[in-house]
Design a protein around this ligand. Structure first.
Ligand code: FRU
Length: 494
């Protein structure tokens, strides 16, 4: 067996002891951190026919700290098996953190490319971080960092590019060789995406900058993902320091996508206008993977940087979204929960012709409650009025999902969800209101709410902080509205 560093061993011993203590508190069909803190998904990839997911991980505290790579795997995107921590910041070039990256399978090995962060001191004694791209290979459990690390460093970038903000490589391979797209900062202090190529996956050369942010969409573009889908090319990035502009983007960290076209011979990338990937309060830094049966599946961090609190007594922080299948429709992406979730549905509840009469009257259906569920509302032939769905409700708490049929928006309002800080509580998204049938699919898993409108046309994801006992569901409306309700519980398989 490969010898492992003291730092990695310590992390593994720690998680082994702590993980069992929190299993009960975790969501059921969402992956959550074993212990401590988790942010971005990393290395989402298939290896030996199993889907692996790594994650930005600080095992010891519930806040961000020295980044390790935690590890889990699944056969169906729903039931995740925790694996021992895969990497610790135990080399000189990553002693300040093993930051985000991606993975592929090659020649029977699992190949990771990630960002190593090293702290240095300048001639005036000021400390600064240097970010480089590093690699590790593994067998699905043990990962060995390459002796030649770092394999890509800031000196390979065009002059004036930042060596401090150079991170989150997306690696892929094709018939020509290996490619890596890395987030970087241009001399104008805004994001650029640097493309590298390698014949053998170890020696890399700079090819070109394929896209510039030009201070138009935030600053640095974190966590790029770049892949072909339905005959088009998709670029996903997570900009920092976005300023809201119109209805589309909110401030701070957002995740957005461009549908475009990529010429892999000339390395020309042409893009259309960007859209938000998720309009909720908690979604960031997603990664995608191609499944053996040809689907493109995305997972994101169900949280965001400026918007983070920890409920009293919770000793872990970090949940991932339900993995979503992606499709292209025109210039937009359609997202729906992976179909495997349907295998975990049980206790079906349906109600047809439910009438919500307006005038503030509450409609509550006998037998309909819960906090671990997959529920679809289908609102028929209605183009005026507002339907408010109250979930995770009791006398004191509620989270409201408001469908405004005139403005054609869906809004989440978690201001009464049990928050104890002055926090952002609402966010809205546009939907196509012209349809004869408007559908809202709501997934709830104790503290998570994911709303898929009109079969994945737009999505919003948010955390709520409500005690799990609050499980009432009811409706009010302005105007008379008719709908069909279909709800399943999700089996607790843990
Ligand atoms: C995105 C990010 C990445 C970085 C990682 C550090 O959330 O800031 O750019 O690699 O988190 O944990």
């Amino acid at each position: 067996m490969m010898s492992i560093s003291e730092k990695l061993n310590k992390a593994r011993e720690y998680e082994k002891e702590k993980y069992p203590q929190t299993i009960e508190q975790k969501p059921v069909f969402h992956f959550a951190v074993p212990t401590g803190w988790m942010n971005d998904p990393n290395g989402f990839s298939f290896f030996n026919n199993e889907c692996h997911l790594f994650f930005q991980y600080n095992p010891y505290y519930t806040n961000w700290g020295p980044m390790h790579w935690g590890h889990t795997k699944t056969n169906d995107f729903i039931n995740w098996k925790i694996l021992p921590c895969a990497m610790a910041p135990d080399a000189v070039y990553d002693e300040a953190g093993c930051f985000s990256g991606t993975a592929i399978e090659h020649d029977g090995k699992h190949l990771i490319m990630y960002t190593g962060v090293q702290e240095k001191t300048d001639s005036n004694g000021n400390k600064f971080n240097v970010q480089t791209q590093c690699m590790a290979t593994g067998d699905g459990i043990e990962y060995k960092k390459l002796e030649t690390n770092p394999v890509i460093d800031g000196t390979m970038l065009p002059e004036g590019s930042s060596i401090n903000d150079f991170r989150d490589p997306k690696i892929w391979k094709d018939e020509k060789g290996f490619w890596s797209l890395v987030g970087s900062v241009a001399p104008d202090k805004s994001g650029q995406l640097a493309l590298f190529y390698s014949e053998n996956a170890t020696e890399w050369k700079f090819m070109k900058i394929i896209d510039y942010c030009k201070n138009q969409y935030g600053k640095m573009w974190e966590c790029p993902d770049f892949f072909g889908l339905d005959g088009r090319q998709i670029l996903i990035v997570s900009p920092q320091f976005m300023q809201s502009d119109g209805d589309e983007f909110h401030c701070g960290n957002v995740s957005m996508y461009f549908v475009g076209d990529w010429d892999s011979n000339t390395l020309e990338w042409k893009r259309n206008k960007p859209f938000m990937l998720d309009y909720g309060l908690d979604f960031y830094a997603p990664e995608t993977v191609q499944t053996p049966d040809g689907r493109r599946v995305m997972i994101g961090w169900l949280q965001n940087w400026d918007n983070h609190i920890l409920p009293d007594g919770q000793t872990w922080s970090g949940i991932m979204t339900v993995p979503r299948e992606l499709k292209v429709c025109g210039e937009k992406l359609i997202q729906n929960p992976v179909r495997e979730l349907e295998n975990y549905r049980c206790n079906k509840f349906t109600a047809e012709n439910v009438c919500v009469p307006g005038d503030g009257q509450i409609v509550e259906l006998e037998g309909l409650r819960g906090r671990i569920l997959d529920m679809t509302l289908c609102i028929k032939n209605s183009h005026s009025g507002c339907l408010s769905t109250f979930i995770a409700a009791d006398e004191k708490h509620q989270t409201k999902i408001i469908l405004d049929l005139e403005k054609c928006t869906v809004t989440i309002d978690r201001s009464r969800s049990g928050l104890f800080k002055d926090f952002i509580t609402t966010r809205s998204m546009k939907i196509d209101g012209e349809k004869d049938e408007i559908k809202l699919r709501i997934l709830m898993d104790k503290w998570t709410v994911e709303v898929f409108a009109n079969d994945g046309e737009s999505v919003m994801t948010s955390l709520i902080y409500t005690p799990v006992e609050a499980d009432r569901i009811y409706w009010t409306s302005t105007g008379v509205l008719k709908m069909e309700v279909k709800k399943y519980e999700i089996k607790n398989f843990m």
